[in-house]
Design a protein around this ligand. Structure first.
Ligand SMILES: Cc1ncc(COP(=O)(O)O)c(C=O)c1O
Length: 447
């Protein structure tokens, strides 16, 4: 006879099952200090899948993983080891030191911060990290003084059109990095001339289309601009060999972006024999692999809330693993998972609402697999919905995760919310504000 339990189990992801297991192990009434804190589940097979997608779509572009995006040690170890041996984009001394400690050679690192702290720059020079970006006069002087052997890469942004519109019809990315960094082609010309007089070697050009850039045409625009700067380099006596196409790749648009990049590289750089092309992907590599489960530590359902919302307070907020809540579009919608409840509080008259199809898909659907033995602890909550405000744990009223969200009715202290695909710019944002912990439990799957 086919075992129904094994059929059900096989429909859950390993992440679902790991979350359910931890949730079942936590008893808020008697847990140890910080026992109710959020925890991470990272499935390293998903990272491998992303790297395979990259190798298939962009085989001639070597990824230099952007460490800032998620510096979790196991992730970095996987990327640094065979068969991947990715390069790394580091922005600070701490990131450089971490990557160097893994045995990564200095030449496999790009110090991709156009505005570097002088002591960090001297550290990089002392450890033979020579390839680095810059985009201003002061930085060139600093590099000349602190890192004489540097191989510099000029970071560009798009040159404004005559209409003054700097990116024509290209959509603005979620994080527009050109507001902060980069020079236009004319600016690059000035910098390349200065570099000659300072005897600083400039070996290439870098750009970043902006993080989470859904308009894949941006890559073509920037590659075209980079080719213009490449020609300026020839005019100003620099021997360019490196094109760095940055990050910004979104999981759901990756194949599309890669096709645009292949075409643009062929059109613009097909005639350049010695161009080595690298990229600095961050979110594409790590975002889908990490899920956060965070517990409900408090519930308010008094009738003072004019909108009739039930407020839940999580163990994580914008000052910890849920900083993504401050950026529209960054957070995936949470699933509620039933935990070992401490207590139960009833709302004053709130009418339940039936769930829609889209509210019910995916998540921790371990109902039959776990429910029998243990009263549905670890099971995704379903059924009627009600309106919630979801808050972080600090005393800051700005520490809000969802101002208004429809979630399963009756979430209690001891239940959990699960945020999937949260690997980018999350674990690295934790601060000790208000005395909350900056360390959390990590479960690694498929190591
Ligand atoms: C210089 C640089 N490279 C790469 C990245 C990674 O970008 P993403 O995570 O969008 O791929 C960033 C992100 O801010 C960056 O500033």
């Amino acid at each position: 006879m086919v075992c129904i339990r094994s059929i059900i189990m096989s429909t859950f992801t390993p992440t679902d099952l790991a979350i359910a297991k931890h949730v079942r192990s936590v008893e808020l009434s008697e847990c140890e200090l910080y026992g109710e804190d959020g925890f991470w589940v990272a499935d390293l097979d998903i990272v491998r899948r992303q790297l395979a997608r990259w190798a298939k779509e962009l085989p001639s572009v070597r990824p230099f993983y952007a460490v800032k995006c998620n510096p979790t040690p196991r992730l970095l170890e996987l990327l640094a080891s065979p068969p991947y041996n990715t390069g790394f984009d580091c922005a600070t001394h701490a990131e450089l030191a971490h990557i160097l400690s893994l045995g990564v050679p200095g030449d496999d690192i790009i110090y991709a911060n156009p505005c570097k702290a002088p002591s960090h720059l001297r550290f990089a020079a002392s450890r033979s990290v020579r390839t680095m970006t810059f985009d201003n006069v002061a930085e060139l002087h600093k590099i000349a003084r602190c890192s004489p052997g540097a191989r510099c890469v000029v970071r560009i942004k798009l040159t404004p059109t005559t209409s003054g519109d700097d990116d024509e019809d290209i959509e603005t990315p979620r994080y527009d990095l050109s507001l902060k960094y980069g020079v236009t082609v004319d600016g690059a010309r000035e910098l390349l001339r200065l570099a000659r007089t300072l005897d600083v070697a400039v070996v290439g050009v870098a750009f970043h289309v902006g993080s989470a850039q859904s308009d894949v045409r941006a890559y073509a625009r920037y590659i075209c601009e980079a080719r213009r700067v490449w020609r300026v380099a020839e005019d100003t006596g620099h021997d360019f060999t490196l094109l760095d196409i940055g990050g910004g790749f979104m999981d759901e648009r990756f194949e599309e972006a890669a096709a645009v990049i292949r075409t643009a590289l062929e059109a613009e750089f097909g005639d350049v024999a010695n161009a080595q092309v690298i990229a600095e992907p961050g979110r594409f590599i790590c975002a889908p692999a990490f899920a956060l489960a965070t517990s409900v530590v408090a519930v308010r359902c008094e009738s003072e809330d004019a909108a009739g919302r039930r407020s839940v307070y999580l163990s994580d907020g914008i000052y910890s693993n849920l900083n993504a809540a401050t950026w529209p579009g960054e957070l995936t919608f949470p699933k509620a998972v039933k935990g070992r409840r401490m207590l139960s509080v009833e709302d004053a008259d709130i009418a339940p609402v039936s769930p829609t199809g889209s509210d019910r898909d995916s998540g921790i659907e371990v109902g039959d697999a776990y429910g029998d033995a243990d009263g549905e602890v670890g099971v995704q909550m379903e059924g009627a919905l009600q309106e919630y405000a979801v808050w972080g744990p600090t005393c800051d009223s700005g520490d809000v995760i969802l101002k208004s969200a429809w979630l399963p009715r009756g979430i209690e202290v001891g239940d959990w919310l699960v945020f999937k695909e949260l690997g980018a710019y999350s674990v690295c944002m934790r601060s000790p504000f208000n005395g909350f912990a900056t360390e959390h439990k990590f479960y690694y799957l498929n190591e």
